[in-house]
Design a protein around this ligand. Structure first.
Ligand code: MG
Ligand code: ZN
Length: 187
């Protein structure tokens, strides 16, 4: 092995990002079960590009209630999901992993946010800079997931308007930052 090959890359930080209400708008009935319901959140392409440029990996973590059941067939989810992922990849935005809980709250599974099983499994396969990592979402359960993982949690307000920082209540924006420093700040 050459000396160059033996130099380890520092672990990259990860932004664990929710889908509905965060990357795309969540409709009133809470289920994005047709392409006509897909609306990207304002600024989301620029924000994710910026995170990618600053060395962040992106991991999508989403609860999809009852996925695979009669009311929400897998083909319906996949059509929307493929459209969303293609739109991001066309802009150079790629997800290192997409983690989906298909259960409902009453199933009592170990993978539904704010439970950590999906992320724990991901972390078991990667070296991650946890200090610089964050969970971003629009619901209290996303922030609870962050707490359960001992990661920073940032809330995006539903409906496409800026969210608020949990600790100071000021708006959260995603802004440029130096490499190794999270490009998040309170406005
Ligand atoms: Mg959400
Ligand atoms: Zn689950």
């Amino acid at each position: 092995m050459s000396a160059v090959a033996s130099i380890a890359q520092p672990p990259a930080p990860v932004v664990f990002v929710d889908r509905d209400g965060t990357l795309i708008e969540e409709p009133a009935d809470a289920q994005v079960d047709s392409l006509s319901k897909v609306r990207f959140m304002p600024g989301v392409f620029a924000a994710l590009s910026e995170l990618t440029r600053h060395g962040y990996k992106l991991v999508m973590v989403t609860n999809q209630d009852g996925l695979g059941g009669q009311a929400y067939p897998r083909t319906v989810f996949e059509e929307v999901q493929e459209f969303v992922l293609n739109a991001f990849s066309s802009q150079g935005i790629f997800f290192d992993a997409v983690l989906v809980c298909p259960h409902t709250a009453s199933d009592g599974c170990a993978c539904r946010k704010p439970r950590t099983q999906l992320v724990d499994r991901y972390l078991g396969t990667r070296e991650v800079d946890l200090v610089a990592s964050a969970v971003v979402g629009d619901r209290e359960t996303d922030l609870e997931l962050a707490r359960n993982l001992a990661l920073r949690g940032l809330r995006i307000q539903r409906g496409g308007t800026p969210g608020a920082c949990r600790s100071c209540s000021r708006d959260v924006v995603i802004s440029p930052g130096r490499r190794r420093r999270p490009p998040f700040r309170c406005a």
